[in-house]
Design a protein around this ligand. Sequence first.
Ligand SMILES: [Zn+2]
Length: 379
Amino acid sequence: MEFRVKCTDGNARCGMVRTAHGTFQTPAFMPVGTQGTVKTMTQRSLEEIGAEIILSNTYHLYLRPGIEILRQAGGLHKFMNWSHPILTDSGGYQVFSLSDLRKIEEEGVSFRSHLDGSLHLFTPEKVIDIQRHIGSDIMMVLDECTPYPCTKDYANSSNELTLRWAQRCKDRLTSSPELYGHAQTLFAIVQGSAFEDIREHSARVLTGMNFEGYAIGGLAVGEPADQMYAMIEVCNNILPATKPRYLMGVGTPENLLEAIERGVDMFDCVMPTRNGRNAQLFTRSGVVNITNERYKDDFTPVDEECDCYTCYNYTRAYLRHLFMVKEILGLQLATLHNLSYYQWVVRSARQAIRDRRYKDWKTGQLSRSKQENTLLSTN
Ligand SMILES: [Zn+2]
């Protein structure tokens, strides 16, 4: 993997990451394809909206279809017909959020499947092996995502375990072969809850292990946004400027803009897809709940400035109708628009960084994005 920062504006960076399956530009937003599919989207549509990398999920793919099917298919790229970069998370977050009866020990974490109750053990070595079978371009280490809030003692011992697991993941990576003839790389994850000194310690130790990229995990789990931004600053002050930084599971368009300003390069979040399926549309002037009665005879596009297929061809009134009668096309058009909007956010951010006017652009965009919300709350 190769990472190049092409230009900076303050702490914001614009660059590119080269993988065995092509390059993606940063800041990048990765649509979430949990089960080897970005819900309602064809792979062709993902290419059309400019998605250059997607995220998939080790925990879910391990349970279904299972690593043997993935191996027979020749890896996830071939299985799902996606020839561009894929990043997989390690499954740690899902083990801690979805499964029952999990038990954390030095060896790893044992858990029961949320599907059938069957018992499984994820060790650092095992999640690397699974990600070898998936064939993702960027793999993630096994970590423990602490609940928020948690005590400092808990955050500290959990983080120490995550650091030991990171080293074991790295050792496994170097001692295990690629299965499909393309290079795979591994990112570490900084934890430490909302404690500055633990975050600093985590970032320092992981930097010393020399990973090819670093994620900031365990944020957007219920803490105030200001605290999240403060933790991002703490981590990015230490993480090397020459490696990509990935803020996991975040967030709203506003979160993205604030994090980009603080030097984050990569994002993933279910928000554009999940909220889209729940009739929430992100626009340049704010969030629109399309089932609201006020849109029943609104024959304008979802977002006048959006060039996506949805906005180019359909009206708010028609989208509202599709949601009211529960037609599948509504979910498709809403998802397509929301993902297009998120791609626009990162594309525009890159341009603003290149033009060295990032802060002004961000401020303008944030004040603009309050318009629709204000209208909704005052009517
Ligand atoms: Zn659109």
